[in-house]
Every structure is written in C-alpha cells, then in structure tokens.
Design a protein around this ligand. Structure first.
Ligand code: PMP
Length: 345
C-alpha cells in the first residue's frame, strides 16, 4: 500500500525502553517509585463501570476545578489532556505558525519539542546550552516563540524564575511555553504559574506522570490565559474531543486533592536523590546538581550497557553534548542501592 511521504520520513520521539520478560530495575523513564495516593485506589474502587457507557465530560469540570484550586487560578485558565505530551503537542499547534519564524529552544532539552515542530511544519532554532549545561534564556528571544523545560531535561538543572520573567517581558506578545514536568522536585526554582497575572504570553504545562506517580493513567494540564485555553480546545476538537477519560478524571481529581501524601512522596525522592548524588560524587562520577527526579551521571554508553547487563535500565542519549552521560531516574532507596552496586562493582 502506498503510505504518506510524511509517515515514511518522519523521525518520531523515541521513548525509553519498556522491557518485557526479564525483570529489570527500571530507572530509564523517570517514573516515580512510590504508588499514587491511596485516594486514587479508592477512586478506582468506587468508580461505577456503568459510567463508561457514556462519553466523559468534555469540560472535565471537577478535575479542572481541583487543578484550578491547587494552582490558585480560575478554572477557565486550565486545560487538561492525555498526558502533558499531548498538551504540549496541542499547544505547539495552537500557538505557533508553520513555515514562519522559528520557535526557539535550547539544544539540550526535551527531545519531543523538535518532533512536534517537524510534525506541524514549524521551523526551529536552537541555542547552545552553556558549557555547564545551564540555559541562557535571554538568548531565546529571536523567534515567533520560545520553549523551555524548567527544570530542564535531561540536564536536571533549574532555570531562575527571574530569568523566565525577563524572557516573558522581552517576548512581548510572543508565546513562551514553560514545561514544568519536574517542578515539584525542584528546590532551587519555583513554578512560573504566579507570573500569569502579569504575562499573558505565558503557558505552563504540568503532568500527573512524575510527582503524582500516575504515568500509567496519562494526564497532563496547561495553565494559561482563558484565550489560550480556548485556542487549545479548538485545536483539540480537530483531533479528539474526549482525550481525558472518565476514570482518569476521577483518579487525577483524587490525586491532586491528596496534598499531604504528594508532598511526602516528593520529599522521599528528593532525599534519595541527595544521598545517591553524594555517593556517586565520592566515587568520582560527575553528577549535575539535580532539581528533578533523575540524575545526569558521567559515564555514557559503556555504563548504560554494563548496567543493562546487570539488570538495571537507565537512559543513554546519543546526542553529542550528552553522550558521555547516563540519565538515571531516582527510584526507591532499595532500587538505588541495586543501581549503585551494579555500577560500582
Ligand atoms: N516534558 C518533559 C520534560 C518530560 O520529560 C516528559 C516525560 N517524558 C513529558 C513532558 C511528558 O510527560 P507525560 O506525557 O507523561 O505527561
């Protein structure tokens, strides 16, 4: 059968391996080692399967209200989607024009951004990260919009909120997407959401996959001005009007209300991160100071292969600037001990 030129030539995003069979300690996709809040299990148990005969509420009202309350914004500032990857994809489509000025992002950042752009015919320009991998955000201003991940991935490094504010003000009306997938693990930067009061070119994207331990349910959200939310709703309705199913809405509503559990689970990951970072540095590895639930550790492909051979999966990227490192998700203390033994023996 003849297939489209696009599907034959596109270079899709490569997600981390999902092994079947052999049991690995899985530290390659930045999942949370702890279970979601007990309230999520309760929400599943009390969910009436009869509801599944109907389409889910298109407005996801209860979930959006719970997010709005947590983020201290109006409910018309919240857009939800099937994972933050989908939210980002719709945001790229809704905010940026194809074949025009480039959208600008750092050269070392989340590798899905160029994929969205190539899918939609959006031109891109990248700005080299500094020698220490930090992002000089003032260099991102020469395009139709800018995209940053804060903290950045896979570097694990934070971006200062003052620098983000400078970027927002220099960009004027042009959109700035701040991808905050890992923000809850950050201790040296904060969420940009409060800046929305002063900058309506700001778009913040978050996820339930990491700090809420809900990677399997697929839910992410955007906080932005009501007109931006309405634009994403129009674009969403050109793909799929119901990306967030009823069960997902119930589970994520329960998760976001369980604030005490969320904070405690994040704190455990942060403490393990600090412990493992110290051990690795003492053993002579270079480890970037992390504000996320993963560590960028010197070593590269050899360590990736050695660890895989010893039953531990980490992520290795072949891109030039990061090929000398592995990205290691922060698992439970027990998992990290297995990792350390496998790496150091
Ligand atoms: N942004 C960044 C920076 C990420 O690392 C990820 C996870 N791969 C995502 C967004 C997407 O997460 P999800 O689609 O699970 O919400």
């Amino acid at each position: 059968m003849k297939l489209s030129r696009f599907s034959m030539s596109v270079e899709p995003y490569a997600a981390g391996e999902q092994p079947r069979g052999k049991r690995f300690v899985k530290l390659n996709t930045n999942e949370n080692p702890y279970p979601p809040a007990p309230e999520c299990a309760k929400a599943i148990k009390s969910f009436d399967a009869d509801r599944l005969k109907l389409y889910p509420g298109i407005a996801a009202r209860e979930l959006r209200e719970a997010i709005a309350e947590k983020e201290n914004v109006g409910v018309d500032c919240v857009f939800v989607g099937n994972g933050s990857d989908e939210v980002l994809s719709l945001a790229f489509r809704a905010l940026f024009d194809p074949h025009g000025e480039p959208v600008v992002f750092p050269s070392v950042t989340y590798s899905f951004y160029p994929v969205f752009c190539s899918m939609y015919g959006i031109n891109t320009a990248t700005v080299e990260n500094e020698a220490d991998f930090t992002v000089a955000v003032e260099k991102l201003t020469d395009g139709q919009g800018a995209v940053i991940a804060n903290p950045n991935a896979p570097t694990s490094l934070p971006i200062d909120l003052d620098d983000i504010e400078t970027l927002l003000s220099r960009m004027g009306e042009r959109p700035v997407i701040v991808d905050e997938a890992y923000i809850d693990f950050a201790r040296r930067t904060r969420s940009a959401v409060p800046l929305l009061k002063r900058y309506d070119n700001l778009v913040v994207v978050k996820t339930f996959s990491k700090s809420y331990s809900l990677a399997g349910i697929r839910c992410g959200y955007m906080i932005a001005g009501p007109e931006t939310v309405a634009a994403l709703e129009r674009v969403r309705d050109c793909f799929n009007s119901y990306p967030v199913d009823s069960l997902c809405q119930a589970v994520c509503t329960a998760a976001i209300k369980a604030t005490g559990y969320h904070e405690a689970s994040v704190q455990k990951v942060v403490e393990t991160r600090t412990r493992v970072m110290k051990i690795l540095r003492t053993a002579g590895y270079e480890v970037l100071e992390s504000d996320t639930n993963f560590l960028l550790v010197s070593g590269g492909e050899r360590d990736y292969l050695k660890l895989k051979d010893r039953g531990v999966l980490v992520r290795w990227f072949s891109a030039e600037r990061v090929r000398g490192y592995t990205r290691v998700s922060v698992g439970s203390d027990e998992e990290m001990d297995v990792y350390l033994r496998a790496l150091l023996k």
